[in-house]
Design a protein around this ligand. Structure first.
Ligand code: SF4
Ligand code: SF4
Ligand code: SF4
Length: 311
């Protein structure tokens, strides 16, 4: 076959096919797993596709996609068609919403929210829903079940984490010799001081590990919520995202923040600028204020229709 042009290689990259630098015409095709969870049937379809259209090998990427290796250029379209018939999409590259990463918080002993459900909804609404919306740069979203941060939500453009916020009834504390709360708290945010339990609210990361551990019910009231980090990134440059001051108790409101962040990024980011840089340039407090108001969603159509800003 004739040598592939740079334009052709770029075109198929947008479809999720990354050129294998060791070959003239072979590509690795990225299959989207939605949130890292696929059925046995989908798994078989990916294996069958790898045998039929690629080298028979599959690799797993850091953003939970599965890449079918060694796909000749002429097999790209038949492979896409085959997987589409099994309900599987390919893609996940470019200046757009990238595949959503989720931890197994739904089933993990420490999980405080249904991470698979939240990340699947984000996948449908923003990975797919904003699939055709050009952004200034790539935009990564991660959903974690608890402050253990296994999927590093704070190093994504937007990261959601499950939270359990204790409301302590100090009047019930009897100052036990061994405080069960102090024993349960992994970061010692709660400890006995002068015969009573004391919680350091600055230190408490809302992991909920102390929940129902007090025999006298001083720690029995908790609010379930979603914490949201914005402006993180990990790569050539590293920025730790900062958590919004509000903990969202409503799932819809929390997911709405992701959409507002996307719209804010689209409206304010310069082409080639990461969200972390936008947050730094405009100021966290100003971005937070915009995300907590309804203005961005009210102007959604206008923002989506506008041209991206050139620097
Ligand atoms: S972040 Fe928490 S809930 Fe998620 S896998 Fe890690 S320990 Fe489990
Ligand atoms: S918080 Fe509960 S377990 Fe801890 S000292 Fe007070 S009563 Fe005892
Ligand atoms: S929620 Fe977690 S960090 Fe906060 S006091 Fe309880 S165990 Fe400690």
């Amino acid at each position: 076959m004739t040598k592939l042009s740079a334009e052709e290689i770029k075109r198929v990259k947008r479809l999720g096919f990354l050129h294998d630098k060791n070959t003239e015409d072979k590509f690795n095709g990225r299959v989207i797993t939605r949130n890292g969870k696929i059925t046995a049937e989908e798994c078989s379809a990916i294996a069958e596709a790898a045998e039929k259209f690629g080298s028979g090998e599959v690799t797993v990427t850091t953003r939970m996609t599965m890449e079918i290796q060694g796909v000749p250029f002429d097999n790209i379209e038949p492979l896409r068609e085959f997987l589409a018939g099994k309900g599987l999409d390919m893609g996940g590259t470019g200046a757009a919403v990238r595949p959503v990463v989720s931890c197994k918080g739904t089933t993990c002993q420490y999980g405080l929210i249904d991470t698979f459900a939240v990340s699947k909804e984000i996948h449908e609404r923003f990975f797919k829903g904003y699939g055709e919306v050009a952004l200034p740069h790539k935009f990564k979203i991660a959903v974690g079940g608890c402050p253990n941060n296994c999927v590093k939500p704070d190093l994504n453009d937007v990261g959601i984490i499950g939270q359990r916020i204790p409301t302590v009834d100090i009047s019930k504390c009897r100052g036990c010799r061994i405080c069960q709360i102090e024993k349960a708290c992994p970061i010692k945010a709660s400890r006995l001081e002068n015969g009573k339990v004391h919680i350091d609210l600055e230190k408490c990361n809302h992991c909920g590990r102390c929940m129902n551990k007090c025999p006298f019910k001083a720690y029995d009231n908790y609010t379930t919520g979603y914490g949201i980090y914005i402006g993180g990134r990990w790569g050539k440059q590293i920025t730790r995202g900062k958590m919004l001051s509000k903990i969202f108790t409503d799932k819809e409101e929390a997911i709405g923040i992701v959409e507002k962040a996307l719209l804010f990024f689209r409206e304010n980011g310069f082409k080639g600028e990461r969200f972390a840089q936008v947050v730094e340039r405009i100021g966290f407090e100003n971005v937070e204020k915009a995300l907590l108001s309804d203005d961005l969603l009210e102007r959604k159509n206008e923002i989506i229709a506008m041209e991206l800003k050139e620097k």
